[in-house]
Write a protein that binds this ligand. Structure first.
Ligand code: URA
Length: 242
């Protein structure tokens, strides 16, 4: 179950009922927690609680409160309806929760691994530059990167619009054609459009961007573009650095 969630909200979410429906079911003694009929709408769920409706267990796919997502291109990591199509609208109903937030954002055209969670502490751990958790981006760019691009990134690149230089990062240029190429950039901070702005500052322009690793967690092979599923405890530990 989702620890701390009131029973009426939990049942409504999992059954796709309104809160009024859930409260009516509680009123009619249809809801049990750990085999005991529950009569309090606001009873908060505790670790290990087992909830049943009419004797049928309600399994919660969001048990650990963390969802792994392979973000497809075209979706905004935003709750604002005007930004539609939204990543949040793609969340399958069994994983929906009003407090689910992404740990950082990917641009609309960026694809790859993103963690959604109801755990504010986890979002902090995954996004705080002080924690120095590396995220890996695969880049295709056009243009020609400066000859000293890798060492400038390692030294802490200055961006034209930012007062502070970027934290030291790792750029590896994978292939270079006449006027385009591909590279990998590992960052432990997440400034607005950071990868695109860094590549621009180095003489190129990003044309495709994909995040394939957070901490020690690689984008799982069973997550095709657009897919989401609950994270396992070991995946959560890996995303936090392993
Ligand atoms: N940096 C960017 O420029 N865009 C992203 O989506 C992620 C990192």
């Amino acid at each position: 179950v989702t620890v701390g969630e009131p029973i009426d909200r939990f049942v409504a979410r999992r059954r796709k009922w309104t809160w009024a429906d859930a409260r009516r079911a509680i009123h009619h003694d249809r809801i049990a927690i750990n085999g005991v009929i529950c009569r309090r709408y606001h009873r908060k769920l505790a670790p290990g609680d087992r909830v049943a409706v009419d004797g049928e267990p309600l399994l919660d796919a969001l048990d650990d409160g963390v969802v792994l997502c392979h973000k497809a291109a075209g979706l905004a990591c935003s709750h604002t309806p005007e930004d539609a199509p939204l990543l949040y609208d793609e969340i399958p109903s069994e994983l929906r929760h009003p407090d689910l937030q992404s740990a950082g954002r990917l641009d609309r055209d960026t694809t790859g691994l993103i963690v959604l969670t109801i755990d504010g502490g986890l979002i902090q751990r995954l996004t705080d530059p002080e924690v120095a958790l590396w995220k890996r981006y695969r880049i295709r760019f056009v243009g020609r990167l400066d000859a000293d691009a890798e060492s400038r990134v390692a030294a802490g690149l200055r961006l034209p619009d930012d007062a502070l230089p970027c934290l030291s990062a790792r750029l590896t240029i994978a292939s270079v054609q006449v006027d385009s190429g591909s590279a990998t950039l590992e960052l432990c901070e997440g400034r607005h459009h950071q990868v695109k702005r860094m590549i621009l500052a180095l003489g190129g322009r990003v044309v495709a961007l994909h995040r394939d690793r957070i901490g020690a967690l690689d984008l799982p092979a069973d997550l095709p573009p657009g897919a989401m599923r609950p994270a396992t405890p070991s995946e959560i530990a890996s995303a936090c650095g392993g």
